[in-house]
Design a protein around this ligand. Structure first.
Ligand code: DHE
Length: 508
């Protein structure tokens, strides 16, 4: 008996000479323009969909891109293309979005101005909240990266006040105005969004760059600074309506331009500090009242103060006075302490690999202040004495961690095991004995990460970092579970009080 497949193969063999030699390879550029450009922008810069440029997609795996194009993305406007595109076209498109464009895209002041939208001008909305809570300072903002939403929670009742869509892929902590009424979000695609918590409304938005790292809000609440990878720039905005004040090109003393790793606000200095990835300098942006002799003018009376560093310094941790910066040196060469007053390096730290300095926290131990830092590439928490920068201990954990948190009123510091087989574990460290006293596995197989305390440090929220995830509310002292709230891959949580008071147990 002849099997059908063989029969078909035979017939095709006979027909072969009559068929065209080879079907043409799909043209991803043409496919992009036909199917994708309308949402993702003609130059792949993004529109209602995210930018599709390799740097913006660095955290998306190739296979994931294939399945998003083929099957769509649930709970978003991204449709499934499996009926419209052949499999090889899907594969070609997925490959193509990870290749750099022929011409490096630009984002100038004119683009920033054109993207600016003010929905509710500063001062036009009522000053009283439209909802009732016991304590406006005990609210939490939670970023849900699963479907790009944000939730606002009443921290006392553990209830959701509202949930609203965010820009695609928010990154870095949202930043509050000093009074806690407004919160500013930064997205990896460069969008800065201002939200009025009292009126539950987005008031203004602007796109500061194509690939942005994070934003900072000045301690006096007047300015917002955005730091970009692409273009190599800092963008200074008026915090009221996000009006553009200045685009500051990042160019070193040697003429090299640089990506911005991150920007920070330095409250006691009333300035911004920028970590730069490609030049060995630390930049401080000062405004009129702080301007000093020798500073370079930016615009009006804003000034740039450059500090030459002995090495490239990345991913900063600050002491509480914002005098010292601990930065990771390039290529895993350890950490360095840089004195911003004396403008020189004062210590080297034995921090091999990739310390996650941005997640560092501090506390009092035997009358001295210590800082603790997790590592992204090894199961270790490093604890240093900040009075002389000596190493106290490297604490072994069950795998590399990403976030650390504590609270002045809590005896414990929390560190997750974000990477590796034990990503469902979270360690509880006794801040005095420097020992892991408990390891929780809240949901076997699911990542448990990022803790945030309520304003009093009595309870805490922990993310079960999954599309069908949830927030766990725990008693901060007994570690007992108190409640849960379903969420779509909740990532960071930010308590108004802890953030606006620069609580010692939280990163800023
Ligand atoms: Fe982050 C904060 C850098 C990847 C979630 N991350 C920060 C900050 C920096 C930083 C410098 C502090 C800025 C701030 O809060 O304003 N992050 C980096 C990286 O260099 C890295 C390793 C690679 C990258 O692609 O950028 C990186 N970060 C991630 C992720 O993959 C995470 C887990 C998921 C995501 O959303 O992208 C992630 N980063 C976060 C979060 C914060 C953050 C939730 C805020 C932490 C906080 O508690 O304040």
């Amino acid at each position: 008996m002849i099997r059908p497949a063989l029969l078909l193969g035979g017939l095709l063999g006979l027909l072969a000479p009559a068929l065209p030699a080879l079907a043409e390879a799909p043209d991803p550029n043409m496919l992009y323009n036909r199917h994708c450009a309308i949402c993702h922008g003609v130059s792949r810069l993004g529109g209602i969909g995210p930018a599709l440029l390799p740097d913006n997609l660095s955290r998306l795996k190739h296979d994931e891109a294939v399945s998003v194009i083929r099957d769509g993305r649930p709970a978003t406007q991204m449709p499934a293309y499996r009926e419209l595109l052949a499999e090889e076209e899907v594969l070609a498109l997925a490959e193509w979005i990870f290749t750099p464009p022929e011409h490096e895209p630009s984002w100038e002041a004119a683009d920033i101005l054109a993207s600016h939208e003010v929905r509710h001008p500063y001062g036009s909305l009522p000053d009283a909240p439209v909802f009732e809570v016991e304590d406006l300072k005990n609210l939490f903002i939670v970023v849900e990266i699963g479907d790009h939403h944000v939730s606002l929670l009443d921290g006392d009742r553990f209830e959701r006040i509202t949930r609203f869509p965010s820009r695609y892929a928010l990154h870095g902590g949202p930043k509050y105005s000093p009074d806690g009424r407004y919160v500013y979000f930064g997205s990896r695609d460069g969008w800065v969004t201002k939200y009025d918590i009292y009126n539950l409304a987005v008031t203004a938005e602007v796109r500061a760059g194509i690939n942005m790292r994070n934003i900072a809000v000045s301690a006096d609440g007047r300015y917002v600074l955005a730091g970009n990878y692409l273009p190599h720039s800092l963008v200074l905005l008026d915090a009221r309506d996000l009006d553009l004040i200045a685009v500051i090109p990042v160019e070193g003393l040697d003429g090299e331009t640089s990506r911005v790793s991150a920007v920070y606000t330095a409250p006691p200095r009333n300035s911004f500090v920028a970590a730069l990835r490609d030049i060995p300098e630390v930049w401080e942006i000062r405004w009129p009242e702080q301007r000093a002799e020798g500073d370079e003018a930016i615009v009006g009376d804003f000034a740039l103060h450059r500090m030459e560093a002995p090495d490239y310094l990345d991913d900063f941790f600050f002491d509480q006075q914002y005098r010292y910066i601990v930065g990771a040196a390039r290529g895993g060469q350890g950490g360095q302490v840089f004195d911003m007053d004396a403008e020189r390096k004062v210590a080297d730290l034995p921090l091999e690999g990739m310390p996650h300095l941005g997640a560092g926290i501090t506390w009092e131990l035997d009358g001295r202040r210590v800082m603790a830092i997790p590592h992204i590439d090894k199961g270790q928490v490093s604890v240093f004495d900040m009075s002389d920068w000596s190493l106290i201990t490297h604490l072994e954990t069950d795998g590399p961690g990403f976030f650390m948190r504590s609270h002045e009123n809590s005896p414990y510091a929390w560190v997750d095991v974000f990477f590796g087989p034990h990503h469902d574990r979270i360690h509880v460290i006794d801040k005095q004995s420097l020992e892991i006293v408990e390891t929780l596995i809240p949901e076997p197989g699911k990542t448990a990460a990022h803790v945030e305390f309520d304003r009093r440090g009595e309870t805490l929220l922990l993310s079960i970092w999954d599309d069908d995830g949830y927030l766990l509310k725990l008693d901060a002292n007994t570690l007992e579970e108190l409640d849960r709230m379903p969420m779509r891959k909740p990532s960071g949580k930010y308590n108004v009080w802890n953030k606006t008071q620069y609580e010692e147990g939280t990163s800023h």
